[in-house]
Design a protein around this ligand. Structure first.
Ligand SMILES: [Zn+2]
Length: 300
């Protein structure tokens, strides 16, 4: 339930609009006589009221996208997750061992995140598309199609490190705030929670991150991989593979949400550390065996 209350701006409402004036007076009377906030059944209703009152109503329980605590960010991530699983992504659940294996890789990386106060989740999406997603508050996703394209665990860790990088950099939540301002949905008290979730879903699965965000996530991902003991080369080899496929008949959807593949390969190669802290995750046979339940894969 969305609560609203009336601000002093009510007195500045134009008297020429009869309907608006009457609603404003009715609400003002209620608010002044009881001092209570007014409950509204749905967010859509809240918005029509807001429009009617033109700034006279403030959204009390809106989401302050630019200033969330880790707990608030995780709560928003959880709501976006619910919506993604309802309308956009189907989770892979045929083999709990595979799901646990991917989560283990993710948790190992997450320990090196500079936002380790978040509870990260790494979910496997049942899809032939080659993609991975990160939303807010530690929620990340990777498709079975991507797992089948990867040749070793380090390549998977590279993608997951990159997604953790998006979370660390608060890229989606910043993009959501910009979108909410641009669409006129942001008030001083924030944006309506349901609208925020819709924006998050739309941006996460259908719109690209910026070039700056991609570079930033790559560098963060490299650092995270290195500190977790994985071979950084895994991130480069996988990005190269994606970039090579980008001109083909079925370009990886990863590049539609994480663009600038070719430029990023160059930048990644320049940023590989001279002394690797670890070279784990390069055993192809071990990886093939662990994901064999996904069936045959494309030949190299
Ligand atoms: Zn990205």
């Amino acid at each position: 339930m969305m609560k609203i209350f009336l601000s002093k701006k009510l007195s500045s409402l134009r008297h020429s609009n009869g309907v608006r004036h009457r609603v404003a007076l009715a609400l003002a009377g209620l608010s002044l006589s009881t001092g209570l906030s007014v409950g509204v059944a749905t967010s859509a209703e809240a918005f029509s009221w807001r429009d009617l009152l033109r700034g006279g109503v403030r959204i009390v329980q809106g989401v302050q996208l630019s200033n969330m605590s880790p707990k608030q960010e995780m709560a928003l991530g959880s709501q976006i997750n619910d919506q993604l699983l309802r309308s956009e992504l189907k989770l892979y659940d045929d083999d709990p061992e595979l799901v646990a294996y991917i989560n283990d890789i993710g948790q190992r990386l997450a320990e090196e995140s500079d936002r380790s106060e978040l509870e990260y989740s790494f979910q496997v999406v049942d899809s032939d598309q080659i993609n991975a997603y990160a939303t807010v508050g530690g929620y990340t996703y990777i498709t079975t199609g991507l797992l089948k394209l990867a040749r070793n665990e380090a390549e998977v860790a590279g993608v997951m490190g990159h997604e953790i990088g998006h979370i660390e950099g608060k890229h989606l939540v910043t993009q959501m705030a910009r979108e909410a301002w641009r669409s006129g949905l942001m008030s001083a008290a924030g944006v309506d929670r349901n609208r925020a979730v819709q924006i998050g879903v739309e941006l996460a699965v259908r719109r690209p991150r910026s070039r700056e965000n991609e570079y930033d996530s790559d560098l963060r991902g490299l650092r995270i991989m290195r500190e977790a003991g994985y071979a950084e080369a895994g991130m480069v080899s996988f990005m190269k593979k994606l970039a090579e496929k980008s001109g083909g008949s079925a370009p990886p959807t990863f590049l539609s949400t994480h663009p600038h593949g070719n430029d990023r390969v160059v930048a990644l190669e320049q940023n590989l550390s001279e002394e690797s802290l670890g070279d784990e995750g390069l055993d192809k046979d071990d990886y093939s065996q662990k994901i064999s339940v996904l069936g045959p894969r494309e030949a190299e």
